[in-house]
Ligand binder design. Sequence first.
Ligand code: FAD
Ligand code: SF4
Ligand code: SF4
Length: 473
Amino acid sequence: MLKPNMSLKKNPMPSQDPKVRAHNFEEVACGYTEEMAIDEALRCLHCKHMPCVEGCPVNIHIPEFIQKIKEQDYEAAYQIIAETSSLPAVCGRVCPQETQCESRCVRGIKGEPVGIGRLERFVADWHNAHSEAAPAVPEPNGHKVAIIGSGPSGLTCAGDLAKKGYKVTVFEALHLAGGVLVYGIPEFRLPKAIVQKEVDNLKAMGVDVETNMVIGKTLTIDEIFEMGYEAVFIGSGAGLPNFMNIPGESLKGVYSANEYLTRSNLMKAFRENPVTPIMKGGKVAVVGGGNVAMDAARTALRLGADQVYIVYRRSMEELPARREEVEHAMEEGIEFNLLTNPTEILGYTNPENPRDPKNGSVIGMKCIRMELGEPDERGRRRPVPIPDSEFTLAVDTVVMAIGTSPNPLIKSTTKGLEVNRRGGIVVEENTGATSREGVYAGGDAVTGAATVISAMGAGKVAAAAIDEYLAGK
Ligand code: FAD
Ligand code: SF4
Ligand code: SF4
């Protein structure tokens, strides 16, 4: 029997050199080798009360899959994860493990927790590299369900229903399925081939994926029901970007993070002579402090920016992005302007030539320094401007990464669909049922911008509820 590993530290994740990776789009973290995975698995104490499992939103049987790694039975480890999670290769990479499963790990009390996410990724990658078996095609049960949106909530709901024999069609507005996993999270954090494999597996199970279908424009939910679908799941995400409403936001060179990342990830702006217009090079300011801001800043660097700034109005302590992403961004040379808030974006005007193509382009961003005042209703200290501390940051591009909301299109074209004041679809917590009979919803369309694993969890809950609803019909 192998001896337990009582090291206080996780096995470090091998990754690309920061100087090299800052100029390429290849994956930053390279993944554990088999030796590292076994060594890390040996840190797990197999606690009887399994606190880590409670920390996982889909309750993966963590100690059980780790035991299988110790036994070098990686396929069995994969099957244990697959009982509860349909996207392990994705979650092992992008889940905020430090605030979920790993935050409850007892090894974290006197050292670093077990690297649960890294082990999950190892197992999923091993399965993808070694398993040739096509997914089983289930016996049809004669019922038809439509899914709107192909992000993690929609893909999970589709997968769970297809396994039960439903004829499932996914309607996706963009030309490629995957939601934020393909258009938002960059290749260097989540290779697109992994998402494509998940989509291909669904297709192999008989799921139809219809792209370029904007529900609310191309088809309405009423029309979907008229086509014979008996239930609908809305997993349309929260893709509507927020802006600060400061002067200069309509200048050339100002982007929402969603637009900027979509142009790079989905429309391949990083290629030479891309078909999609995007500003490359120069100085770039990214406003915001979440994962989206880190992704936009690191993408700007890889697209050839000379200097990239994060501009965030609170301090490092409140910065919401995952620590690992912040550390990676810093190693790559992103400069953090903390306790700083933009007040105006400045544009170029040539007084002598009104036709100068440079007219209306960004040349800088006026900012003010902030300090932290009293806590707000959520207990976070409120940033307050410091008088007379204004300064101008010389930049050529500004990317706004200050949050997104659900798009109102589906609500405005669907009778009887209740939404809250933030635009989120109102659902019953344990079923995902909306105020409209036969219509279910989940993921960011309900909660506003959240996480992959919570969207996946919502897709699972809704699939079970749809199955119960249609069985009763
Ligand atoms: P989405 O993934 O948004 O998918 C919704 C899909 O619906 C999209 O494909 C959209 O095109 C489609 N759609 C919208 N409207 C319509 C319509 N009318 N008709 C048809 N289709 C429609 N989470 C993490 O856990 N870890 C991370 O590291 C992380 N990083 C992120 C980085 C970025 C840049 C972004 C933007 C988000 C990140 N998130 C991260 C959040 C996470 O990706 C989302 O919470 C998750 O993808 C939500 O899943 P979803 O299925 O609800 O919606
Ligand atoms: Fe942890 Fe996420 Fe995996 Fe759950 S899905 S075990 S939270 S990494
Ligand atoms: Fe293993 Fe940590 Fe879970 Fe205990 S809490 S079973 S050590 S992963």
